[in-house]
Design a protein around this ligand. Structure first.
Ligand code: ZN
Length: 182
């Protein structure tokens, strides 16, 4: 299935209970493990897709954490009027606003994005989704925080101190060294 068909055929977020991972290396930036795209998780390789798909049943470990991160984005989309378009629009606006902090953190548009902060802070909690069946809304709290506070949160959640010192763009895995978009 190509990206356009994924978009056109995507059910509303609330009608999706699981997101299959598929390898589509042309559509994901290097340095990121996965990309939630209208109910699918896009990865670089088949092996990475398999790791995401295993994450469903394992319930622990890196695969679960990676999968849980993406599933939190699905649940966030449920909380944005149950609309993928609304979710991505908000994501883009948050990204633009957070880019103002690029002088402090090169990847600020991504790492200080309220949707990402919620996913990173809670992706290791096995019951996080079950506690929010109507949708994850933690991003609203982060959205109301100044970027300086979000930077502190991101540093703690992602252990960014080393990367900040190196002025690196944090191409390390959130879930053990890489990142997911969104
Ligand atoms: Zn993410």
């Amino acid at each position: 299935m190509n990206l356009l068909m994924m978009m056109l055929r995507a059910p509303r977020p609330s009608r999706i209970s699981d997101m299959p991972a598929v390898a589509m290396p042309r559509w994901i930036r290097r340095g990121y493990d996965g990309l939630t795209f209208f109910g699918h998780i896009i990865t670089h390789t088949r092996q990475e897709a398999d790791a995401f798909n295993r994450g469903t049943s394992e319930g622990h470990g890196a695969s679960f954490t990676m999968k849980n991160h993406e599933m939190i984005h699905l649940y966030q989309a449920r909380a944005t009027h149950d609309s993928w378009l609304c979710f991505y629009w908000k994501y883009f606006i948050f990204w633009l606003k957070a880019c103002r902090y690029r002088k402090h953190l090169r990847n600020a548009g991504y790492l200080l994005n309220p949707f990402e902060l919620e996913a990173y802070v809670h992706m290791r909690e096995p019951d996080y989704l079950a506690r929010h069946p109507e949708g994850c809304t933690g991003w609203k709290t982060y959205a109301s925080m100044p970027l300086s506070d979000r930077l502190v949160l991101a540093m703690n959640a992602l252990n960014l101190h080393t990367e900040l010192t190196r002025q690196d763009s944090v191409q390390h895995d959130t879930h053990k060294g890489s990142q997911c978009q969104p």
